[in-house]
Design a protein around this ligand. Structure first.
Ligand code: HAM
Length: 426
C-alpha cells in the first residue's frame, strides 16, 4: 500500500474554517495599508542568493543557517526562497528606478521561508504583510509606520500589544561603540556561552539580545550604545518619540532591542504580545538608510516593518475577534427526471444576481438533501421537484425562521428570492 504523504515540516495548510478568518484579516490589513497611502507591489518568491547575503548580513541567523538556497544547474545560478521582503522590495525599487519621481510608500504580502526549528508561532513557511517607505529621511515616517500599526490592532479586535522601541544610531556610531563593547565582552568571556563567544567578533550587538541569564548579566554591564550617539541620531529619536507621544501611542524603550537583520540604523521597534507564549513578536521593523547603496543603488533612506500573519491570526482567535463565516443565501435541492437542468439554471441566475448559492451535487433522497441544505447554514432552501418542474415554479423554504414554504414563478425568481432573503435576514 502507498503511505499517505504529509506536508513539509513547518509548512502549514490553512483549512477552510481558518481560511475565512485569514481572508477577513487580509481584507482589513490591505484596506488599512491603502488608506494610509501605501501602494501594493509584488516581488518574486525566488531571488539571487547574493541579494539576501548582502542585505541581511553574513553573520545573521537567517543567512548563516535559515535560508533555503540551491544551485540552479540549468542556468548556473545560486537561488534562495525569500526569507523576508525588504531586500527584494529595495532591489525592485532600484531595478525599476521607482524613486525617479520622488519618495514611495509600498506594501507587499505573501509567504516567506526560513529553515528554523518549527514550534508554535515559528514556521518554515510563514506569511508577512510588510510596508516600506523609501526616500523619507525624517522621523515623521518612522512615527507614521508605528502609529498606523497602533491604529490597526483595534480594527482587528486585538488588545494588549505593547511597543518596544530603540535607536541603534549610525554605522559609525556603532563602530565606535563596538570597539568598547568587544573589550567589555572579552573581559567577561568566562561568563559567555558558545553562541555569545561566536558572536563576540562577528556580531557583538546581538550578544546583548541573548536569552541566557549569565550572558544577560554581562550585557547589563556593557557600555550603552546611547552614550555613543551623536546629535543627529539623538534628534531623530527625540523627534520620533515626540510624535508618538502626541499621537497617544505608548512605548517602552528597550536598549537591548537590536533586531536580527543587519541592515538597520537609527529606529528599531517591535510590537509584542504576551498572549501567544514564546513567539510573541507580531510585528518588527526599523530604518535602513544604507541599504539602497549597499545593494548598488543610488543612496536613499528607507524605513518599514513586517508583521507575522500566523501570529496575528492566532491572536485574533484568542481575542475572540473571529468573524462568522458567510452563510450561503440558498441551497438548491432537486429530485426527479429533468429537475437537475432546471435547478442548475436557477442557481446560475441567482449567482449572476449576486447571491451565494450552493447547488446540491451527488444525488440522494429528498430528505437527505434537505439535511445537507440545513447543515450548509443556508438562509433558504430552494426546491425543484417534478411538481415544480411541471408548474414552471420553484419552492422556497426559509431554514433559519419558522416560515412556510412558498412557490415562486420561474420568470420572477430573481426578484422574489431577493424579497424573501431580505425578510428572513431582517
Ligand atoms: P522579522 O523580525 O524577521 O523582520 O520578521 C517580521 C515578523 O515576521 C516577526 O515579528 C514575526 O511576527 C514574523 N516572523 C518572522 N519569522 C517567523 C517565523 N519563522 N514564523 C512565523 N512568523 C515569523 C523582517 O522580516 C523585516 N523584513 C521587517 C522589516 C521591514 N524591517 C523593515 N522593513
Amino acid at each position: 500500500m502507498n503511505t499517505a504523504l504529509q506536508a513539509v515540516r513547518g509548512m502549514n495548510d490553512v483549512l477552510p474554517e481558518d481560511a475565512a478568518l485569514w481572508r477577513a484579516f487580509g481584507a482589513v490589513v490591505e484596506a488599512w495599508l491603502e488608506r494610509w497611502g501605501y501602494r501594493a507591489i509584488r516581488m518574486p518568491l525566488v531571488e539571487n542568493t547574493a541579494l539576501f547575503r548582502r542585505a541581511i548580513g553574513e553573520s545573521t541567523d537567517i543567512v548563516e543557517k535559515e535560508m533555503y538556497s540551491w544551485r540552479d544547474e540549468l542556468n548556473s545560478e545560486e537561488l534562495t526562497l525569500r526569507p523576508e521582503g525588504t531586500a527584494s522590495c529595495v532591489r525592485a525599487a532600484i531595478e525599476h528606478s521607482l524613486l525617479h519621481d520622488g519618495p514611495k510608500r509600498l506594501w507587499y504580502g505573501g509567504p516567506m521561508y526560513r529553515h528554523e526549528r518549527p514550534q508554535k508561532g515559528r514556521y518554515r513557511e510563514f506569511y508577512q504583510y510588510g510596508a516600506e517607505a523609501f526616500g523619507f529621511r525624517g522621523p515623521e515616517v518612522d512615527a507614521e509606520l508605528i502609529v498606523m500599526c497602533a491604529r490597526l490592532w483595534p480594527e482587528l479586535g486585538l488588545k494588549g500589544l505593547r511597543l518596544e522601541l530603540n535607536t541603534i544610531g549610525s554605522a559609525e556610531e556603532r563602530a565606535r561603540h563596538r570597539a568598547d563593547l568587544v573589550r567589555h565582552l572579552q573581559a567577561n568571556e568566562a561568563q559567555l556561552d558558545a553562541d555569545a563567544k561566536r558572536r563576540l567578533h562577528s556580531n557583538p550587538l546581538r550578544v546583548l539580545d541573548s536569552k541566557n541569564p549569565m550572558v544577560q548579566e554581562v550585557a547589563a554591564q556593557a557600555p550603552p550604545l546611547t552614550d555613543y550617539l551623536g546629535e543627529a541620531s539623538l534628534a531623530h529619536f527625540a523627534g520620533l518619540k515626540k510624535l508618538l507621544a502626541s499621537a497617544g501611542v505608548e512605548f517602552a524603550i528597550n536598549p537591548r532591542l537590536v533586531r536580527g537583520l543587519d541592515y538597520y540604523n537609527l529606529t528599531v521597534f517591535e510590537w509584542i504580545t504576551d498572549a501567544l507564549g514564546a513567539q510573541g513578536t507580531v510585528c518588527g521593523g526599523g530604518r535602513y538608510d544604507g541599504l539602497f547603496a549597499q545593494l548598488g543603488g543610488k543612496p536613499a533612506p528607507g524605513v518599514g516593518f513586517a508583521m507575522g500573519c500566523e501570529r496575528l491570526v492566532a491572536l485574533m482567535k484568542v481575542s475572540g475577534g473571529v468573524p462568522a463565516a458567510r452563510r450561503p443565501d440558498a441551497y438548491v435541492v432537486h429530485q426527479g427526471e429533468g429537475t437537475l437542468e432546471y435547478a442548475f439554471a436557477a442557481a446560475d441566475a441567482l449567482r449572476s444576481a449576486g447571491h451565494a448559492v450552493v447547488l446540491h451535487a451527488g444525488g440522494g433522497s429528498f430528505k437527505s438533501q434537505m439535511k445537507k441544505a440545513d447543515a450548509s447554514g443556508a438562509w433558504v432552501a430552494l426546491i425543484v421537484g417534478e411538481d415544480e418542474l411541471r408548474a414552471g415554479e420553484i419552492s422556497a423554504k426559509p431554514l433559519r425562521r419558522s416560515e412556510d414554504q412558498r412557490r415562486i414563478g420561474r420568470g420572477r425568481i430573481v426578484e422574489e428570492f431577493a424579497a424573501i432573503l431580505q425578510r428572513v435576514k431582517a
